[in-house]
Design a protein around this ligand. Sequence first.
Ligand SMILES: [Fe+2]
Ligand SMILES: [Fe+2]
Ligand SMILES: [Fe+2]
Length: 397
Amino acid sequence: MQVFEADLISTIRSFTRAGDISEESFLDHAERVAHIAYHLGKKLALEEAELAELVLSALLHDVGILTTEEKLVLADREPVRDRVSPHCRRGWQLLRPISLFRPLAENVLEHHDYFSPGLRLIPAIIHVADRVDIFLDKGVYYLWQVDDILEYFGKKKGDIFSPDVVEALEHIARAPSFWLDLRYGNYQYANGRASFRRTLTIAELEEIAHLMARIVDAKSPWTGDHSEGVAAVAEFLAHKLGMSPEKARVIKVAGLLHDIGKLAVPDEVLMHPGGLNRSQRALMQQHTYHTYHLIRAIGPGAEQLAGWAAFHHERLNGTGYPFGLTGAQLDLEARLMAVVDIAQSLLEDRPYRPAMSREKVISILRNNVDAGHIDPDLTELAITYIDELRDIVDKHR
Ligand SMILES: [Fe+2]
Ligand SMILES: [Fe+2]
Ligand SMILES: [Fe+2]
């Protein structure tokens, strides 16, 4: 059934990109750090497997950042240590339960540690790579900044940064192409390296999707455990529609990821209490645009999965967003997600209101059908199982 191939590096690159979109100064930060770290690692003669570990850890190094405020703390050249450690710890906590990422968790935990003889090489490399990207003034031609950068790292060598890594930096910095690649987005860390190119199993993709769902839900204080709930309800209804277990599992993954684009929405909108004004709404509504493109980029053939996840605010009558699709253009799976997205939110206790009554949920769903927004048959299916859906939503809180 699985017609797409989720590639390990592409998936991680795409999902970590989500969090870097909302803050201009951090755009592509994860990728840029991976690029720098990769060149440092090669110069330090890491073996193939270590290089892969380095690049993956570099892509994920800031996965624990929860708020823009935390991000801005890191924009200081030498941030206060106590203010840095929360995102390192949170990243470690998030990655550890995931079998695929467990070996990387310690690297993320230690990526801001000051140099000591016991510090392992991979976090030491990521630390330097991260600071190089922060040091670079994106508004000034990169090659004009190289001398200043080397002077800074030379002074801090052996104190904040590993001397070996700084020496490697001094070597790679001599090639203008290293900086030009960074400036023009020719990030080289996965080119032609077979060991980096690996297709994820659906189980691995699901694990990663759970991680992303947890991050999205943690960043969205007003919507409870929406992503996990949507995934579980969508999977349940997929079974009821007679879909195969494999297919239902893919639907679940789509559910876990359906709001991943919210990571690209600014905090002040995502965390805003109460209703949104017109301009905030415009920013919020771009989330499904990003969901689509972030999922599409995970590997060949992922467009369909991207659509199942991202079209949940499209409406049958064409008045939805952000693509303005109509019923004829929406797969059954995408139409299902739109119903589930609404049903879950009504059935869940929210910080600003309790879960709605059975009757209220049913009437709101039917109103949406009457307005030409969502699929009538799928809505009736959800209504048939409304009590089961409530149990599922409660269980995933
Ligand atoms: Fe960073
Ligand atoms: Fe959404
Ligand atoms: Fe949603």
